[in-house]
Design a protein around this ligand. Structure first.
Ligand SMILES: NC(=O)c1ccc[n+]([C@@H]2O[C@H](COP(=O)([O-])OP(=O)(O)OC[C@H]3O[C@@H](n4cnc5c(N)ncnc54)[C@H](OP(=O)(O)O)[C@@H]3O)[C@@H](O)[C@H]2O)c1
Length: 178
């Protein structure tokens, strides 16, 4: 089965986007050319599993942002909704986190970058996230789309590392305890 790995930026108050999907507070934050490890993270995964919400916010990016296959979890989209230019790079999958990791594991994926607030939450609930790199931007945005949500039971994490960058971004690596 494929393991899930999170790499995500949040406001200090725990949001990944405003309610209207605006993430300028994150993308425009001046990080002075620092390497926060995104390329190294991409190198260790076989592809990306993202929610339809995240896909909707990046689908018009050209050139296409991802060097590895992207699977969009959705019950409302079909493959016919994916624009022709990226149809060979993006696959719509209608299934639970368990189905998706099972199917991708059968294709040889050992590790997947799991992205999108609701999708990360459902993978956490399903016990399919192995580790999380969370980069906190020193800003409070007050309201928005939360990274974390309700759980059936507490989930214990092991803190492995925290780095504070000169820009003020603070990045922590956690492993989910089994
Ligand atoms: N700060 C960051 O680093 C970062 C990273 C990624 C995303 N974002 C932002 O986060 C926002 C999107 O997050 P989000 O939480 O709204 O949406 P999301 O998790 O990306 O997508 C949720 C959608 O995925 C589909 N889905 C299919 N299976 C699912 C499952 N098992 N669990 C949950 N959803 C499933 C559903 O759409 P259907 O109705 O089609 O089934 C659901 O509405 C965007 O604003 C994006 O820009 C920020």
């Amino acid at each position: 089965m494929t393991t899930g790995h999170v790499f995500i930026g949040t406001s200090l108050d725990g949001f990944i986007a405003r309610k209207n999907d605006d993430i300028a507070w994150l993308t425009d934050y001046p990080t002075r050319g620092e390497d926060h490890g995104f390329n190294a993270h991409m190198a260790r995964v076989d592809g990306v599993i993202m929610g339809r919400g995240t896909y909707e916010t990046i689908k018009d990016m050209r050139p296409w942002y991802y060097s590895k296959p992207v699977v969009v979890l959705s019950r409302s989209l079909t493959q016919a909704d994916i624009p022709g230019e990226i149809a060979d790079k993006v696959e719509v999958m209608n299934g639970t986190p368990e189905d998706a990791t099972q199917r991708l594991g059968e294709r040889g994926w050992t590790a997947a970058y799991v992205d999108g607030g609701s999708v990360i939450q459902s993978f956490l609930r399903a016990g399919l996230i192995e580790d999380m790199v969370i980069s906190r931007i020193p800003v409070l945005i007050g309201d928005g789309i939360s990274l974390f949500g309700s759980l059936d039971a507490d989930l214990m994490l092991e803190h492995l590392d925290t780095k504070a960058f000169p820009s003020g971004l603070v990045q922590s690596l956690y492993r989910v305890k089994r």
